[in-house]
Write a protein that binds this ligand. Structure first.
Ligand code: SER
Length: 582
């Protein structure tokens, strides 16, 4: 079975079970500053798992592109990829463990035609916060999995969370016996020895991890499942290496052609890293993340640089990223139209970074030769001067039988950060930290605008961005279509009525949970501390915010919407100004 067939089977299976297909969205998370990339199929669904009604209903299915950076160092082993596709089905407060498990089983046996005898499962063993998952185990037993193939494991194996805060819960994972020998008497699913192949994860998402670390029950019991496309394809084809599937053969062949070397022996590691990292970097750039020194851009930079550096052991001495990226983009163009559209931009960006890095790589590698020992301090120097990512210097050190202490590198890094932070603070003094009268007025106006938009357009309106200068406010929100002239007038009218009514602005401090309970607008992903400030404008608007705000609305004067436009699919932007003297 090819990857394409697997994807089609999965989607149509769940569509038959009355699931609606979700779009495969950008790797850049919307409205979630806590994450750099979408890391799972459920990630874009967080607001709905928390209880927002989803426009497509309570049963959803998708194939979603994902990028996981914690796996960067593990790429050299065969099943970990930085970029991958994930199939998943969801119940948003609809079906629960029984149906989820029964359907997983039905899909594995009837659609993928796996042998029931070779399947084992793991369930959550329980801990001080959450009990052992007997319920899931009972469903498995009823289906016919004998007790000795049901393993109970702890949080590390059988608990899934999108991030440090947010929706989470115990899970049950399904494994296939590859027929390999047991690695020892304790051999069990999840130990990564290669005997048990992990296929699918059903998460029972009924908790929300609050910023203070406490677990709170969600409003609804959700199902969130995930099946990695590349790994499952490899397994179905009897390969123990994703790189041997049709998803990678043309990429490795291109690397073979460029290098004149075969995909074998020591070359394998370099070729895998190049293939994996360029897939990830191409998709990330395709979604608009350019290589830079911060956040997501820095991940892209590291991926590209590591790929370039692994061209060295293959003795590739000319620029090579463009050719490989071309292959990747062509392969995925059928399903990812935006990749095709952005092809030349992606290739340009990769090649520019390659060229930049090649220059300093030469110099850096020459410099390294002069060093007798590589340590944390020198690693930081190489990072700062030649842009060598830490893991790259670590690998070079390892090749020489040396070890770099990450702690020392990090200490140097922090020192450097503190120095540059001082710079940043002064830079923003006129921007983010502007508490001038105009900016303060516009802050309050933004809250009024937000509520007025919800009044006029509906509760689906959510803030996705805001930017204020002393001259104007800019407000981004979710809404599927252009606002009509009449809608804009209405929004403006409401805002001005509320200003005229001279509503008092009050602040109350409470926990985020309390704020949500009271119905205050709060946007998922904002880095809320334990207590939040809720600004209340009369009885009209309640919103979690850091301020500053006016004391009463009359101070604002009068507001005028000056422009409305689209900013990407399903998002609109409004500019508004304060009108003086009228
Ligand atoms: N969120 C879970 C995972 O990524 C299941 O979809 O494994």
């Amino acid at each position: 079975m090819t990857a394409q067939e697997l994807k089609e089977k999965f989607i149509s299976f769940f569509v038959k079970k009355r699931h609606k297909k979700l779009p495969n969205v950008s790797l850049v998370p919307e409205n979630d500053p806590t994450a750099l990339f979408i890391n799972s199929g459920m990630h874009p669904l967080v607001p709905y798992l928390l209880g927002e009604p989803h426009p497509l209903g309570k049963r959803l299915v998708s194939n979603q592109r994902c990028l996981r950076t914690q796996d960067i160092d593990e790429v050299r082993n065969m099943m970990h990829l930085t970029f991958f596709e994930m199939l998943g089905n969801w119940s948003l407060g609809d079906y629960w463990k029984k149906e989820a498990i029964e359907w997983s089983w039905e899909f594995l046996i009837k659609e993928l035609r796996l042998e029931p005898k070779r399947i084992s499962v793991t369930c959550f063993a329980g801990d001080k916060d959450t009990p052992k998952d007997e319920e899931a185990a009972k469903v498995w037993q009823k289906i016919g999995i004998p007790k000795q193939r049901i393993y109970f494991l702890g949080k590390k194996d059988n608990w899934w969370a999108v991030g440090e805060t947010g929706p989470c819960g115990p899970d049950t994972e399904m494994f296939y016996d590859t027929g390999k020998k047991k690695c020892g008497p304790k051999c069990r699913p999840g130990d990564n020895c290669g005997k048990y192949f992990e296929m699918w994860n059903d998460v029972f998402m009924e908790f929300d991890r609050l910023p203070n670390g406490k677990l709170e029950k969600l409003k609804q019991q959700n199902i969130d499942t995930g099946m990695g496309v590349e790994r499952t394809t490899a397994m179905l084809q009897g390969k123990d290496d994703v790189y041997q599937t049709e998803l990678f053969t043309s990429i490795t062949q291109t690397i073979e052609k460029i290098s004149g070397k075969k995909y074998q022996g020591k070359n394998k590691k370099s070729m895998r890293i190049i293939a994996d990292h360029l897939r990830a970097a191409s998709f990330a750039i395709g979604d608009g993340v350019m290589s830079s020194n911060v956040e997501a851009g820095y991940i892209v930079r590291r991926l590209i640089r590591r790929a370039v550096r692994y061209g060295r052991p293959l003795q590739i001495n000319k620029p090579f990223l463009a050719k490989i990226a071309e292959e990747i983009i062509d392969q995925y163009s059928g399903e990812y139209f935006h990749l095709k559209k952005n092809k030349s931009k992606i290739i340009r960006e990769l090649s520019a970074e390659e060229e930049r890095f090649n220059k300093s790589l030469e110099r850096g590698l020459r410099e390294i030769e002069k060093y007798k020992v590589l340590n944390g301090k020198s690693a930081f120097y190489l990072y700062e001067t030649y842009g060598f990512p830490l893991e790259m210097t670590q690998e070079i050190a390892q090749e020489r039988g040396q070890k770099i202490k990450k702690g020392v590198f990090e200490k140097e890094f922090k020192k450097h950060q503190e120095l540059s932070k001082k710079g940043v603070e002064t830079k923003f003094a006129g921007g983010l930290a502007d508490h001038s009268e105009e900016v303060t007025k516009l802050h309050t106006t933004t809250h009024l605008l937000h509520q007025a938009l919800r009044d006029v357009l509906g509760d689906h309106v959510q803030q996705v961005g805001s930017n204020i200068t002393p001259k104007r406010l800019r407000f981004d929100f979710t809404h599927p279509e252009k606002l009509t002239e009449a809608q804009m007038k209405k929004v403006e009218k409401i805002m001005n009525e509320k200003i005229k009514a001279n509503l008092l602005v009050k602040i109350k401090t409470m926990t985020l949970a309390e704020a949500k309970k009271k119905g205050a607008l709060a946007f998922f992903g904002e880095k809320y501390s334990d207590k939040v400030k809720v600004y209340m404008i009369g009885g009209y608007s309640q919103e979690v915010c850091g301020g500053p705000h006016v004391k009463s609305t009359k101070e604002i004067g009068r507001v005028k919407i000056i422009k409305e436009k689209a900013v990407g699919a399903g998002r609109r932007r409004i500019y508004a100004q304060l009108a003086h003297g009228s």
